[in-house]
Design a protein around this ligand. Structure first.
Ligand SMILES: O=P(O)(O)O[C@H]1O[C@H](CO)[C@@H](O)[C@H]1O
Ligand SMILES: [Mn+2]
Ligand SMILES: [Mn+2]
Length: 398
């Protein structure tokens, strides 16, 4: 490995923190979506995210966030990225960031899963499938959880994304069994007939429908990357890779040398502090999923804003700990506008923030034409050749 501009790159994905409708939002029924904008409106000027603001989070937008203005001189570089993948799920977004856009739409099930899939799940598990439609995960356990506690049936559901989700009360269907069923489900939806992005285990606990809570034992069984990702190219070239949070699941562990599971966003920030204290040459890629799972899909803009403020507070420490030869990149994988109809992800552009204490200038990185620019920049930094997807902005960082 030859000389690199930055020794360590920390990439943070604020899961679902979109910044306005993408140019192709109409194809997804998502015109008018703007996750950050609508969170700001819900706060009526009281959203406080000074660190993201200093980095240029508002400068990159066409519109202000209510109560949060653009700054005169951001600390570093700021821009937006749009997605070229067919889907707007986490897998598509993260794979595209790592140079592997998903150009062919994956299977979705607006009318529930076909009999063939249901029958195989029932035969394998010895349990009856209930639910079997697109639904919000918290709504479906409120509706069917008590029935599951009595019968041991499997709650199977989907969403607008290519996902097969199985909700199970931890006292009724033990975790190991749920994971086994999910692994089986994974094995029957890898194509060619049905190709599903993610099978997701959705365990929950609680005595009754008014008190069910989903646990951090959620596990995503993602399709294996269909080719090499930038993470693989990095590892092959001796660059150390670390995954924090859902990253490991999203890439099925492929190209991740050191992995950490997050219990929450704040737990993720603890892991990041820990990794930042290590001496290494490489790329640390982190996903913070609470924005999405706890607030975006729940259409809860107040909770979403609070999660942003909590993140922002912890960001102060990260900024203070960055070394001159560190680069921080912050972005998102899709939108999930809590002020929008439905409960699905929204096709939005995502923020792109780049900062290193060694920067002497600042400025706009513009609208990037694919999320792959993110990974291409990481590769360029470490002088690693990948599959040429995306354009590096490394040379713009001064
Ligand atoms: O409603 P819950 O169970 O949170 O599920 C949501 O989470 C999935 C993964 O982010 C999405 O596809 C959507 O279905
Ligand atoms: Mn996501
Ligand atoms: Mn989601």
């Amino acid at each position: 490995m030859s000389e690199q501009k930055y020794k360590r790159i920390f990439g943070i994905v604020l899961d679902s923190v979109g910044t306005g409708e993408a140019p192709d939002a109409a194809n997804y029924g998502d015109e008018g979506s703007d996750t950050l904008g609508h969170v700001g409106e819900a706060y009526k000027g009281k959203l406080e995210i000074p660190n993201l603001q200093k980095l240029g989070l508002v400068n990159l937008r066409d519109k202000e966030i209510m109560g949060v203005a653009a700054v005169e001189q951001p600390l570093g570089y700021y821009g937006k990225m749009k997605e070229i993948s067919a889907g707007k799920d986490s897998m598509d977004g993260h794979w595209e960031m790592m140079g592997l856009p998903v150009m062919k739409p994956l299977s979705t099930f607006p009318n529930g899963f076909p009999d063939s899939i249901v029958k195989q799940l029932e035969d394998f598990s010895g349990r009856k499938v209930i639910g079997n439609r697109p639904e919000s995960g918290t709504k479906i356990i409120a509706e069917l959880g008590e029935q599951q506690m009595q019968t041991g049936d499997l709650i199977v559901y989907t969403s607008g994304d290519s996902v097969l989700q199985i909700a199970a009360h931890e006292d009724i269907i033990p975790l190991e069994e749920l994971y086994r069923i999910c692994e089986f489900a994974r094995s029957i939806v890898n194509g060619p007939e049905y190709t599903v992005g993610r099978v997701i285990a959705r365990p929950y606990v609680g005595p009754d429908k008014d008190h069910f809570v989903r646990t951090a034992n959620r596990h995503d069984f993602t399709l294996k990357p269909t080719g090499k990702t930038d993470l693989d190219y990095l590892v092959e070239n001796g660059v150390h890779t670390v995954g924090i949070g859902k990253i490991n699941d999203i890439f099925s562990g492929q190209g991740i040398e050191e992995g950490y599971h997050n219990e929450s966003n704040m737990d993720g920030m603890d892991h990041l502090d820990h990794v930042m204290a290590e001496d290494f040459t490489g790329f640390c890629f982190m996903n913070l999923v609470d924005f999405d799972a706890m607030y975006g899909h729940r259409r809860n803009p107040i909770g979403f804003g609070q999660a942003l403020m909590d993140f922002d507070q912890r960001l102060a420490k990260v900024l203070a700990n960055l070394k001159d030869d560190d680069l921080l990149l912050i972005t998102a994988d899709h939108g999930n506008d809590p002020g929008f109809k439905g409960s699905d992800h929204t096709r939005e552009m995502v923020p792109l923030l780049a900062y290193s204490p060694s920067m002497t200038e600042s400025g706009s990185l513009g609208l990037r034409s694919t999320f792959a620019d993110f990974g291409q920049t990481v590769l360029a930094n470490f002088n690693v050749a990948g599959n040429d997807e995306g354009q590096s902005f490394l040379a713009d960082l001064k």
